[in-house]
Design a protein around this ligand. Sequence first.
Ligand SMILES: Nc1ncnc2c1ncn2[C@@H]1O[C@H](COP(=O)(O)OP(=O)(O)OP(=O)(O)O)[C@@H](O)[C@H]1O
Ligand SMILES: [Mg+2]
Length: 243
Amino acid sequence: MLLSLRDVSKSFASGTQALKGLTLDVGAGEFLSLVGPSGCGKSTALRLIAGLIAPDGGAVNFAGDKPETGFVFQEPTLMPWANALTNARLALDLEGVARGEAEARAAEALARAGLKGFEQAFPRELSGGMKMRVSIARAIAAKPKLLLMDEPFAALDEPARQALNDDLLTLWREDGMTIVFVTHSVYESAYLSTRVAVFSARPGRVVEEIALKPPAQRDERYRLTPEFAAAAGRISAALKAKP
Ligand SMILES: Nc1ncnc2c1ncn2[C@@H]1O[C@H](COP(=O)(O)OP(=O)(O)OP(=O)(O)O)[C@@H](O)[C@H]1O
Ligand SMILES: [Mg+2]
């Protein structure tokens, strides 16, 4: 077990209660997806795990020391005046890593994220998928144990999204990271996840957990199998159930 949320509640000053009774364990090395209706508190749950906000009630506990954590947002949030290498270096700069080492690690992260040769490119010169790759490179450059991703591929066309799905799975396997991934896509969660947590409508809590066993090495052929269809069907049914 890496971390657990126990009976977590969270309201905002506006009076909106985003989460109530949210209980969820995250195991080390999992690829856990969070799905649920819009506004049910998925982004709030990620921000609680990241420690960006604190719960009003309940607890967010880590099994050991809080792990090095990366965060990837839906928008790539790049600095428009800086090239890909400088953008990918940001977390390392903030950690005080020396410039030469930060550049080497950022260049390696860009290559692993599929952007070798684009180190000097500015965000305006990159496609949406490539900008997201820079954002992923920035997150993995710091070698996080835990990677939190909030609908990172929602704005991409389907081929770009599928390519990024496969490349993300490769990074997950190679680095042994734990990934918590928010998505609206049943098919994306079915393809990527070892487990899917389905949220209720606001105030959000987990109403169903679906364990999946996708093949370790998968590609587009997996999307055509009965196993994949069954996984997507289970997730879809849980989303439609109105508890
Ligand atoms: N900083 C905030 N201040 C006030 N209300 C907020 C804040 N952040 C989120 N909320 C509200 O809390 C609820 C949950 O928001 P959250 O962004 O976590 O939902 P979500 O599940 O990520 O939704 P979506 O799928 O649309 O991204 C929403 O009603 C939202 O308007
Ligand atoms: Mg959200």
